[in-house]
Ligand binder design. Sequence first.
Ligand code: DP6
Length: 400
Amino acid sequence: MAEERALAMVTCTAPVNIAVIKYWGKRDNDLILPINSSLSVTLHQDQLKTTTTAAASRDFTEDRLWLNGEEADVGHPRLQACLREVRRLARKRRGGSAEDASPLSLSYKIHIATKNNFPTAAGLASSAAGYACLVAALARLYGVEGELSEVARRGSGSACRSMLGGFVQWQRGERPDGRDSLAHQVAPETHWPELRVLVLVVSGEKKPVGSTSGMQTSVDTSPLLKHRAEAVVPERLALMMRHIRERDFEGFGQLTMKDSNQFHATCLDTFPPIFYLNDISRRIIALAHRFNAHHGRTKVAYTFDAGPNAVIFTLADTVAEFVEVVRRSFPPATNGDQFVRGLPVDSSSLPEELLTAVVTEPVPGAVQYILHTKPGPGPQLLDDPSQHLLGADGLPRRCA
Ligand code: DP6
């Protein structure tokens, strides 16, 4: 048996995902088992990612956690569930093989530091990337491989979909113990090279009702949600998978918009009602429909999660024109040069008839900025030790 290591440190990154068939409602709150399956697109980490360093050492005296540089409560039940599950898998694996090149004592305390390169809790699925990253890093630290979406799911339901790249389905599963409630890749990120994503950041504020409590109230009170889970989603999932397989943007886009709208309808059907969309969100919805109507086909599709920011799907050849339409509709108040971030966007001059038909009543400053991105891969391991968020002493580095 090799000697136990004194300190081990691992850094991973993980992506945000955006659902096109939404998850909303649990049948088991503790295990985080959903009432319906869902389907999402994993976004590229060049633009949106969480980075997490996990370290274990015999010198650490307590478990500790830092979120974006601030020390946070490590006792959160969901974080503890993820930690317990990874350690359980590690114990199982070690039980199976006598030889382990570098055993890391499972009794060592751990330090975790994590940071996002985007605003937390702004409706950009930060908990999904956060828990996916935590589980990816812990699994590497303890040498656990294989099915990890089940562990990430215990952190946040949508996090299980961030464990894979491209187009990902989270199957609701049937078993009461949740062993079959897992994420599967429907197609890799290379499957649809022209697909682009524009995140229209409307507000950096925290959402008024978190998804966990919001969906619980919906399960308790909304008959529409019950109907959606039982009758609507199964059919939509099959259809959505076909649109993705065939790279049918019109089919994909229309269904994405309808499913977002139905999710927000279940929020309105919740009692008391929940409002995630604001006036600007609704203006963006109307703008997308005017744009599509002008072109006579679905060229852009919106979707909204538990917040007012819009996520727009489109194809590469439409990006420049639509970005210009957004700029004209919501003229940037300040930092005009930083209005478009992420992947480069060509400049575009809009034909007069498009302007007249699509850009009505501009609202200056309503969209803070646009982030241009595309589908991307699942969690990544960072090999370069200079990218660790913790120093050799196990404390956050000043630059991190
Ligand atoms: C609207 O995964 O944040 O983004 O499982 O309680 O942590 P918990 O909820 P969470 O809910 C995400 C809801 C959604 C839709 C989706 O991502 O499918």
